[in-house]
Write a protein that binds this ligand. Structure first.
Ligand code: EPZ
Length: 417
């Protein structure tokens, strides 16, 4: 079990490059099997979720290798359409192999995916999308079996803009004859990145970034090369850490337009932010103010993934900040851990109210999930004294060399594996 020890109180100062996006890389890795091709990906973060996905690709018979931030996949040798339960349960995005293998093989055997525990995370929208394309879906104990002799393009109406269901529908539709129109689609930048990659694989696809995505054909290419977009949630995490520690940092290699809502809140809290297209600089004197209600929404609204992180940054902000979580039904587990630092937080259903305290004191806390773990790091960096974060392995699912990068910005962190 990984434990992180942090001596709080140091300002974060300096510059750092932001890694490639986990949530863009994972669907693209799954999509790489929709046709027999070779894929070269650049800027893929080195994360445990990426390693788990490469293991699934190898289980399916593909070559899948990562060297630093380059990934090579050869899916021509794919010879299997079954993913064992243990591999499915490593992360949520394993469910994207449902659409990818249906498109490629006309059959897939898998189980429910794992992922961070954020309340109920059903996959009904994914299953309905496959059915809309003519697939049969059977559940046999914990096994889910999808079959379609040939997927047929159709209309997929998503009642909620689920990120994963939009991605699964886009991927599966590449294997369907005729046109597929996905309405009610999620509009996240990671979906636009998936569209870019699918085009390179040979898909005629348009509309990603709007709520209607159309896939009208697929002529397989033998090779696709693609660079993964920067990670907007990791960028948000560094900004929140700098804000909370009274720091001054510059993030490079980001697309600042993709996390404007977070910048807006940090600016209202009193931070100075200067952003250009490829960089963001934040400076804070450490004296933050509470902000207007923070409500999580589908993109371009404020992202649920940044909710624990912004909460951690505002624990000492003067006044009262209300958070409302409208995406997941249970994403406040980090709050009870944050209270161990002395934070004053009250939870009422989907709402959390944070009253800023004068100071936080070091504590021993658990990393409840990936972003909850990042929230613990931010709180520990801005607390007086030393803290230990237990179960810090969650953090490695989404943050590449996080301890190393924070140390290079001045943080006092020691990690124990
Ligand atoms: C993606 O998860 C991200 N994961 C999550 O990132 C992120 O929090 C989430 O989108 C929302 O932005 C990846 O991209 C790998 P959803 P996903 O389907 O696709 C309900 C992180 O920290 N729903 O948009 O699973 C669901 O229960 C993570 O990096 C159904 O009801 O999210 C939830 O309430 C964690 N039925 C809501 O939709 C379904 O079939 C949003 O889920 C699917 C979803």
């Amino acid at each position: 079990m990984a434990i992180w020890h942090i001596n709080g109180g140091n300002r974060l100062e300096g510059a750092c490059f932001v890694q490639g996006s986990k949530n863009a890389a994972l669907p693209i890795l799954a999509a790489s099997v929709i046709s027999a091709n070779e894929t070269d990906l650049l800027n893929v973060p080195q994360l445990s979720d990426v390693s788990s996905t490469l293991r699934i690709l190898r289980q399916l018979g593909c070559t899948a290798e990562q060297q630093n931030n380059d990934v090579y996949i050869d899916s021509r040798s794919l010879n299997c359409c079954t993913i064992p339960k243990g591999m499915m349960e490593c992360m949520r995005s394993s469910v994207l192999f449902m659409g990818a293998l249906l498109a490629r093989c006309g059959e897939v055997h898998l189980t429910a995916p794992g992922g961070c525990k954020l309340g109920a995370r059903p996959i009904d929208l994914h299953i309905n999308a496959m059915r809309s394309l003519g697939a049969s879906v059977e559940e046999n104990g914990c096994e889910i079996i999808c079959r379609a002799e040939k997927l047929k393009g159709g209309r997929i109406e998503l009642p909620f803009p689920s990120v994963g269901a939009t991605e699964n529908a886009m991927i599966a539709a590449c294997g369907a004859s005729g046109e597929t129109v996905i309405t009610g689609a999620a509009r996240e930048p990671e979906i636009v990145d998936l569209q870019e990659y699918l085009r390179k694989l040979g898909a005629y696809i348009s509309g990603a970034g709007t709520s209607t995505v159309t896939v009208s054909g697929f002529v397989p290419e033998r090779h696709a090369g693609h660079r993964i977009i920067p990670d907007r949630i990791v960028a948000s995490t560094f900004l929140c850490a700098a804000a909370a520690t009274g720091g001054d940092i510059e993030l490079r290699g980001v697309d600042s337009r993709q996390f404007l809502r977070l910048q807006h809140f940090l600016n209202s809290a009193g931070c100075d932010i200067i952003s250009s297209k490829r960089s963001v600089r934040l400076s804070s004197d450490g004296h933050l103010n509470a902000v207007d209600s923070v409500v999580t929404e589908p993109y371009p609204g404020f992202p649920t993934d940044a909710q624990p992180i912004l909460m951690a940054a505002l624990l000492k902000a003067k006044g009262k900040t209300k958070f409302r979580e409208d995406i997941f039904d249970s994403r406040f587990c980090h709050a009870s851990q944050l209270m161990r630092f002395g934070a004053d937080i009250a939870i009422d259903g989907r709402e959390a109210t944070v009253w800023g305290v004068r100071s936080l004191k070091g504590a021993t806390v658990s990393s409840t999930d990936l972003r909850g773990g990042a929230a613990m790091v931010i709180a520990a960096l801005s607390a007086d004294g030393s803290s230990s974060i237990i179960d810090a392995g969650h953090i490695a699912r989404g943050y590449e060399l996080f301890d190393y990068k924070l140390r290079s910005l001045g943080a006092d962190i020691f990690t124990e594996i």
